[in-house]
Design a protein around this ligand. Sequence first.
Ligand code: SF4
Ligand code: SF4
Length: 201
Amino acid sequence: MNTLKIGENTFELAESIKKDLKASKNLEILKCIQCGMCTSVCPAARHTDYDPREIVKRALDNDKNLIKDDIIWDCFYCYTCHSVCPVNNSPCEVNQILKQKSIENGVGKPKVAPFSEYAESYLECGLGTIPSCFFDDLIKDYGKEWLELKDKLEDIREELGLGSMPLPEKDVNDINKILEKTGFTKRLERIRRCMNEKNTR
Ligand code: SF4
Ligand code: SF4
């Protein structure tokens, strides 16, 4: 249970979420009436212990442990909750901001680390490709056919007259120049360095 301290801003977390750069102008977290509509339609709530109403409640209760809680990573941004909330709150957006806070705090970094491979694929081939660390899960969900489909993708595309998937080298080079200018490449290098430091510790 949180202990209330005199002079403490009890809405500090909720207000920081509302003021966050990622928050919509009309994100009404402070108006949440705890009706539970969001939870009743949330697919993540149906299949896991995740509960969007509870997440919003904990944010309103100024529960700072929320950003360290693995449960926030069970939301996958389908926005269904967003579309039913009667007061214009969006647990989906609240959750995105909590995840961002978790990454900034360092706790959430391992959760996003596998996606650096996705980012690297933009540099290598100009396209976002599925990180190899997810292959086993995809095979488990879709069966071995998924791997066969992936391996034969070029043949299937040719048969359908869709042309080859890999981009010409010139286009990949142009994309690399854009990524360099936008700061993407530098940021990715920083992430790689952080990951290497962590692995050598
Ligand atoms: S976020 Fe909206 S839908 Fe969910 S409990 Fe609060 S008011 Fe209800
Ligand atoms: S966006 Fe997240 S919280 Fe909202 S319904 Fe989808 S999984 Fe649930």
